[in-house]
Design a protein around this ligand. Structure first.
Ligand SMILES: Nc1ncnc2c1ncn2[C@@H]1O[C@H](COP(=O)(O)OP(=O)(O)OP(=O)(O)O)[C@@H](O)[C@H]1O
Ligand SMILES: [Mg+2]
Length: 357
């Protein structure tokens, strides 16, 4: 069986392409353990949002597998501490520097109980409407496993900018700053299969390490339900409030109540409820049809004790524009009124419910 020394020697051939040094010298290889042909170690990256993560991990795995008698390699991905990173960069990159330079007045998360009700669309339209009103706006895509924000805004894909000090968000044609895991992946359809703690870490980094600059509104698109990602956002970002989205298919409203309860338990205000896919206006007759049944959202809002902000129609143009990266150019009259209410209802940014870990 190989020795730890041999494993480290093999890994010393693996470079971090960005830093131009090998991963052993960079102090990224930790906790090497060997047992019965199985090698395990931790790979501590400078950031879990590292765009080269897969490449480094793959090369490390191949280097160790090439050793005699090694049958399997188990790599735990980790992250360096702030001090370690600072040492690496000659003390130039204290963690959370971006956070200190950022000034975000309002953070608003878009949430639902169920999947597919149109959260991402509402997040995109809210950002678009606020931008049209002249605000500085950002969108933080907290849906790490199913990110759909970049596709709505960037017809030809986009990459975040990078500086030695922070990650720079990508900017849309109308000047909305966007950060999403999809902007960091090599291929847009690459699957992200991560456990909760990794996902939470990336979301926190999207807050601490992204240079958002001066923003009036940061809109956060959450994954469906009350997952780790939602908890992380509600706990570690200084939330102004949550916008709940529902659809008429959500008959019992039970899942919305669950989501609302979680938000309220965390002491975050609910700004209001929006019903999406509420009705369809027939282009021939101009008549409104309630395809998924009569709207119950106003009653649901009353039951939750939150404002009912409005209904959005089913509009085939939405799907077309979303797929084409043209959401910013959708004339969303129905949405402008909702956005105006959000502006009135969103209080100033509060302190995070819990300090970011
Ligand atoms: N009002 C609408 N009219 C037409 N199409 C819509 C409407 N709302 C949403 N869609 C389409 O429905 C699909 C789901 O919407 P969206 O991705 O916004 O939902 P979501 O709640 O964010 O989903 P997930 O839970 O997967 O994150 C998208 O293809 C979107 O373009
Ligand atoms: Mg979504």
């Amino acid at each position: 069986m190989v020795s730890e020394h041999e494993v480290r020697a093999a890994l010393a051939a693996v470079m971090d392409p960005e830093l131009g040094r090998n991963i052993v010298d960079l102090g990224m290889v930790r906790d090497v353990a060997l047992a019965d042909g199985r090698v395990t170690f931790t790979l501590a990256l400078t950031t879990l949002a590292c765009p080269l993560k897969e490449q480094i991990e793959r090369n490390a795995r191949l280097a160790v597998l090439a050793l005699p008698d090694v049958q399997s390699v188990d790599i735990q991905l980790g992250e360096m501490t702030a001090q370690e990173k600072a040492r690496l960069h000659g003390g130039e990159q204290p963690e959370g520097l971006a956070e200190k330079l950022n000034h975000v007045k309002h953070v608003i998360a878009v949430m639902s109980g169920k999947g597919g009700v149109g959260k991402s669309l509402v997040a995109g339209l809210l950002a678009t409407s606020l931008r049209r009103s002249g605000y500085q706006v950002g969108v933080l895509d907290a849906d790490i496993t199913g990110p759909s924000i970049p596709k709505m805004f960037f017809p030809n894909g986009a990459r975040p900018g990078s500086s030695p000090l922070a990650i720079l968000p990508a900017e849309t044609r109308t000047g909305i700053r966007v950060m999403s895991i999809n902007l960091l992946l090599e291929a847009e359809d690459q699957a992200v299969i991560w456990r909760g703690p990794l996902i939470s870490g990336v979301i926190r980094q999207f807050w601490t390490d992204v240079l958002w600059g001066e923003l009036d509104y940061l809109v956060v698109d959450l994954p469906p339900g009350t997952s780790d990602a939602s908890l992380t956002v509600l706990q570690s970002l200084p939330m102004s409030g949550v916008l709940l989205v529902t659809s008429p298919q959500d008959l019992a409203g039970m899942v919305v109540r669950k989501a609302a309860q979680m938000v309220q338990q965390m002491g975050v205000p609910i700004l209001g409820l929006v019903e999406n896919m509420s009705y369809f206006v027939c282009p021939d007759t101009g008549k409104q049809h309630e395809i998924f049944g009569a709207s119950r959202a106003d009653r649901m809002a009353a039951r939750l004790g939150v404002p009912f902000l409005g209904r959005l129609p089913i509009d085939p143009r939405i799907a077309t524009l979303c797929d084409a990266g043209q959401i910013e150019f959708y004339a969303a009259e129905a949405f402008q009124a909702i956005a105006e209410q959000v502006v009135k209802l969103a209080p100033g940014a509060r302190q995070p419910a819990a300090p970011p870990a």
